[in-house]
Design a protein around this ligand. Structure first.
Ligand code: PG9
Length: 602
């Protein structure tokens, strides 16, 4: 038998056979005619089911990676718990990405000063929900939105003017403020390892390549290139509109202020029951959920907004949650949260089934105690207690005599954020925030202050604030402050934790912004200045037998770009000879350097 023509079937239809669901791919029209690619899975024989919607720039089709007849096996693991036949599952490519029409704009700001169009991710979510409830006969007309990180950001956008059918939401590790403390900068220090994300997202509508590397160790790759701008532009970034916009706005000017989601939420608060969720050691978006929740609380919207912080890395909520680096938790903390709280919360608002126990205002894991704490109000500590830096590298709740400690910060030898080598494909990225800090503690450009061995537990409930007084011989400089739990020298329960220096809160602050985030100014060389900034939120018991350590350094490289330590207009374009050694002196004594701790109990 000779076959003429093609062996490819003209219109292949998968026989439904024993499939327990029907999968459809549709193009949903938005108000301006642009159509968005949407994948819909409806359990067979469904009626009166709620809809779970996720809007993503990461390929909606990829959320159903397996061609299995069973919904639970067909969806990716993050959705498995939802694929038991009780939800219609929907994933949508946002505008301009993967199968969707239209133009893509990075975390597109809502219509207004930064967006002259007639649509945004708020209207796109609205139009999508409208279509879904009108066109899916099997639905009960009620929709919940979920998603992590960028997909968490799309949830927050939907909340700004929600469709009436949207009844519940869970932004998980949402990007909320890309300048203050989420993906792009932390207090003005640029997260240059994200440059691969720029090429990945904006060189193609699908998935673009990462930046090609000269060598295995990113510490050397970035150091050789000079500034972040020199690195980016040597790799063609001038072709990327998003890079051009971002690099023209190194300070917290109107560009960043107008896209800060916490500000927008307060201007447009919703009554939708919402879970703001993030990881305790969230290496990408540690700022967003807690700040959005706090802003809404302050605006009087505490009742419908809940805060959840698990002992997790970024987006771990959608994966297994038994471990974090060398730490093993009491069971699968993510599966337990999803099954015992998240899904019942959605069920309550989407189908009226009551939760066994109502979700508390705040539910935050204490990793040291290895259990969840439930809070009717948060932060638990109503005041901050200064822990003062002392002579002889001591730390105490009492002030002591004046003194200072100096180190030389050399931009030619920045302090690494992970032990070297640091390859681009790096499975330690997820857990770098719990890395044992002993790999840098003895460097001459890192200063560490320690309390005596604690005789009583110190329970921290809230966000510590670094309040550092320092002089530098430079005219700019970065300050990294870490609060560390130092384990006892031996730890029989898990011997490899003996002496472990576990960071429980750390962040970086670019000195030029000490007086104003919008208007940077040179640091007066040789004059004592105050650098005061909030660290990530903690709920943590430092146990008797442990010590608290405060560690200070001037770089976290190559995660953050180097500060040249000479004031230049735009650090993205610092020239090689702008990079100068500086002597940094940390000043302590009455009214001077301290970390203000949210001590709830001692
Ligand atoms: N943290 C990633 C991201 C979010 C928003 C903007 C850009 C990047 C993410 O994991 O999606």
């Amino acid at each position: 038998m000779v076959q003429t023509g093609t062996d490819i079937a003209t219109d292949w239809q998968q026989p439904e056979g024993n499939f327990d669901y029907v999968k459809r791919e549709v193009m949903i029209p938005m108000r301006d005619g642009v159509k968005l690619h949407t994948v819909i899975m409806v359990p067979k024989g469904a009626h009166d089911l709620p809809i779970l919607l996720e809007r993503t720039p990461y390929n909606a089709s990829g959320f159903v990676p397996n061609n299995s007849p069973h919904m639970k096996d067909a969806v990716w693991s993050g959705n498995r718990d939802w694929a038991d036949g009780s939800y219609i599952l929907v994933w949508q490519d946002i505008r301009g990405k993967y199968g969707s029409e239209g133009d893509y704009v990075m975390t597109r700001p809502p219509m207004g000063p930064l967006n002259p169009e007639k649509t945004d991710d708020t209207t796109d979510a609205y139009d999508t929900i409208d279509w879904l409830v009108k066109n899916l006969d099997q639905s009960n007309g009620r929709v919940g939105m979920i998603g992590s990180s960028y997909d968490g950001w799309t949830v927050t956008m939907a909340l700004l003017d929600p469709h009436p059918a949207l009844k519940v939401a869970a932004p998980e590790s949402p990007m909320v403020d890309g300048w203050m403390g989420d993906d792009w900068f932390h207090y003005g220090a640029f997260r240059q390892v994200n440059l691969d994300y720029f090429t990945g997202q904006t060189t193609a509508a699908g998935s673009g390549p990462s930046v090609p590397r000269e060598g295995y160790d990113d510490y050397s790759n970035f150091l050789k290139a000079g500034s972040a701008g020199a690195y980016a532009e040597a790799h063609g970034f001038k072709q990327l509109p998003w890079w051009n916009r971002l690099s023209a706005h190194p300070a917290y000017d109107a560009f960043w202020q107008y896209q800060a989601v916490d500000r927008m939420l307060v201007a447009n608060p919703s009554k939708i029951p919402t879970i703001w969720l993030q990881g305790f050691w969230d290496q990408e978006d540690i700022y967003g959920a807690v700040h959005a929740w706090e802003a809404l609380k302050k605006a009087g919207y505490e009742e419908n907004n809940h805060l959840v912080i698990g002992p997790w890395w970024h987006s771990q909520i959608n994966r297994e949650g038994r471990t974090m680096g060398p730490f093993t938790w009491n069971g699968d903390t993510t599966a337990n949260f999803r099954r015992n709280w998240l899904i019942p919360f959605f069920n309550q608002h989407l189908r009226g089934t009551k939760m066994d126990e109502p979700l508390p205002t705040a539910m935050i894991y204490d990793p040291a105690e290895d259990h969840w704490d439930h809070f009717a109000d948060w932060p638990g500590a109503k005041t901050l207690t200064p822990l003062y830096l002392q002579a002889d590298k001591g730390l105490a709740f009492q002030q002591a005599a004046a003194g200072e400690d100096s180190y030389v910060s050399d931009p030619a030898k920045p302090v690494p954020y992970l032990s070297r080598p640091i390859p681009q494909e790096n499975d330690r990225w997820r857990t770098w925030l719990v890395q044992d800090q002993r790999f840098v503690t003895d460097r001459q450009d890192v200063v560490s202050y320690r309390t005596p061995v604690l005789t009583k537990a110190v329970k921290l409930e809230g966000a510590p604030v670094a309040d550092i007084f320092a002089r530098t011989t430079g005219t700019d400089g970065d300050f990294v402050v870490k609060v560390i739990d130092v384990y006892p020298p031996t730890y029989p329960d898990q011997p490899e934790l003996g002496g472990y220096q576990l960071p429980i809160a750390m962040d970086i602050f670019r000195g030029r912004y000490r007086n104003s985030f919008a208007d940077p100014s040179p640091i007066p060389a040789g004059e004592v200045q105050e650098y005061k900034f909030r660290l990530p939120t903690v709920n943590y018991t430092v146990k008797p037998g442990h010590r608290i350590m405060v560690q200070i350094q001037s770089s976290l490289f190559p995660l953050y770009d180097r500060n040249p330590q000479k004031y230049v207009d735009n650090i993205f374009y610092a020239k090689p000879d702008d990079y100068r050694k500086a002597t940094v002196s940390i000043v302590h004594g009455p009214g001077r350097s301290a970390v203000l701790l949210p001590v709830a109990r001692e």
